[in-house]
Design a protein around this ligand. Structure first.
Ligand code: TXA
Ligand code: MG
Length: 349
C-alpha cells in the first residue's frame, strides 16, 4: 500500500504551486494520476525505466502493451522520434494540442519498456490546462495510460481513479470531469496511407479531411473479436473498457433495438435476473435504466464510461447496451461498447 496524496486543482485556474508539487513526484519517479481532455491518465517519467515498470505494475497492465508518451511542446518531440513524415506534420498542425496520438519511429532516448519493445512510440500533446502544465513543470515527457485498472472502463472522473488506484499510486489530481470522455484517436504515420489503430475523440472523417486516404483496423470497423489476429496496436487484443457484469450490445435500427431490448428485459427478469440498460436514445419501461448523454454523440461519449461504471456498481446480473450508428464519434462509442462486451453482440434487422 502506498500513501496516495489527493490534490484538488481547478482546471480553470490551475494553482502553480500544486502543479509544481505534482511535477516533483513525477521527477522523482513517482506515479501521478491527472485529468486530460479525453480521460484521466496515470503519469510517470517516460524516460525512467524504473518509473515505467512501476506504472505497468500499478495498473496490472500486460508488459506487451505500449504506453503513449505525452509532451507539452513541439520542442519535446525531436529527441523522442527519428523521423516526422509530412502527413504526420499535417496532423500535428491540425490537431495538436488535442486528442490525437501519432505512432512514429522512436529514438534511442525512449526506453524499450515504455514502448513494450516496439521500435515505434505513440506521442500525444494533450489539450488540458492541468495536463499541459504538469508535463511542462515535470520537464520530461510523461508516459500516461488511462488511469484505470487494466481492462476496466477508462476513468472520466476523479471518483473513478480513486476507486481503481487509491493506495497504489503516489498522487491523484482531482481536476473534475474530462471533456471528451473517450480516449485519443491513435494513428500510425509510419505507414502510408496512415493507419487508424484506435478510433477516438477525433472522428475518422476529420482525419481523412487532413491526410486523405487512411487504412482502418478491421477490429475497429467491424467490432469483431478475432483473438487469432495479431493486431498492429498491441492493446487491441485485450478485452477492454469492460464492466465486471456481463454486457450484451444490441445493434440495429432504433425501433428494432428498442423492441429487442424490451423483450430481453422481460425474459431475463422472468428468470429472476436483475437487468440494467445502458440507454442512449430509446425508452424502456422496465429494468434499471441508466441513460447516457442527451442524445448527441459528444454527450454520449462524455458519459459512456460513467454509465458503464454506475451500472457495474449496482450488483446486476446483466447489462444490455443500446447500439447506435457507428459513424463519426458514434464509431468510437460502438468500438468501446463492442470491446467491452467481449463479443456479446446481437444484431437486429
Ligand atoms: O486519450 C488517451 O490516449 C489517454 C490519455 C490518458 O492520454 N491514454 C490512453 O492510453 O488511452 P492507453 O495506454 O490506455 O492506450 C494506449 C493505446 C493502446 O491501445 C496501445 O496499444 C496503443 O495506444 N499504442 C501505444 N503505443 C503504441 C505503438 N508504439 N504502436 C501501436 N500502438 C501503440
Ligand atoms: Mg486504456
Amino acid at each position: 500500500m502506498i500513501a496516495t496524496e489527493i490534490l484538488k486543482i481547478d482546471p480553470q485556474r490551475p494553482d502553480s504551486r500544486s502543479i509544481a508539487r505534482a511535477a516533483r513526484v513525477i521527477r522523482r519517479g513517482g506515479l501521478v494520476a491527472f485529468p486530460t481532455e479525453t480521460v484521466y491518465g496515470l503519469g510517470a517519467d517516460a524516460l525512467s525505466i524504473k518509473a515505467v515498470k512501476s506504472l505497468f505494475k500499478a495498473k496490472g497492465r500486460p508488459a506487451d502493451n505500449p504506453l503513449i508518451v505525452h509532451i507539452s511542446s513541439m520542442d519535446d518531440l525531436d529527441r523522442l522520434v527519428v523521423q516526422i513524415p509530412d502527413k504526420a506534420r499535417l496532423l500535428m498542425d491540425r490537431f495538436w494540442p488535442g486528442p490525437l496520438t501519432l505512432i512514429l519511429k522512436k529514438s534511442e532516448a525512449v526506453p524499450n519498456v515504455t514502448t513494450a519493445g516496439l521500435d515505434t512510440v505513440g506521442i500525444r500533446m494533450p489539450n488540458h490546462p492541468i495536463a499541459k502544465l504538469l508535463i511542462q513543470y515535470a520537464n520530461t515527457p510523461v508516459a500516461a495510460p488511462s488511469a484505470n485498472i487494466s481492462g476496466s472502463p477508462s476513468p472520466t472522473k476523479f471518483e473513478h481513479v480513486f476507486k481503481d488506484l487509491y493506495g497504489k499510486i503516489h498522487m491523484i489530481i482531482d481536476g473534475g470531469s474530462t471533456y471528451y470522455g473517450v480516449e485519443s484517436t491513435v494513428v500510425d504515420v509510419t505507414v502510408d496511407p496512415p493507419a487508424v489503430l484506435r478510433p477516438g475523440a477525433i472522428p475518422l472523417e476529420a482525419i481523412r479531411r487532413v491526410v486523405g486516404k487512411v487504412s482502418v483496423n478491421r477490429f475497429g470497423r467491424e467490432g469483431e473479436l478475432r483473438s487469432h489476429q495479431t493486431p498492429k496496436s498491441p492493446g487491441l487484443k485485450y478485452k477492454h473498457y469492460a464492466p465486471k457484469t456481463k454486457l450484451i450490445v444490441v445493434e440495429g435500427a432504433l425501433d428494432k433495438v428498442q423492441s429487442r431490448i424490451t423483450e430481453l428485459i422481460r425474459v431475463f427478469t422472468k428468470s429472476g435476473l436483475r437487468v440494467g440498460v445502458l440507454a442512449m436514445r430509446g425508452a424502456y419501461a422496465h429494468g434499471i435504466v441508466r441513460r447516457v448523454g442527451n442524445g448527441t454523440f459528444p454527450s454520449i461519449a462524455r458519459d459512456l464510461y460513467s454509465g458503464l461504471r454506475d451500472l457495474d456498481n449496482m450488483g446486476l446480473d446483466v447489462i444490455i447496451a443500446e447500439g447506435i450508428r457507428a459513424r463519426g464519434l458514434g464509431w468510437t462509442i460502438m468500438d468501446r461498447l463492442r470491446r467491452a462486451s467481449g463479443g456479446n453482440i446481437i444484431k437486429v434487422s
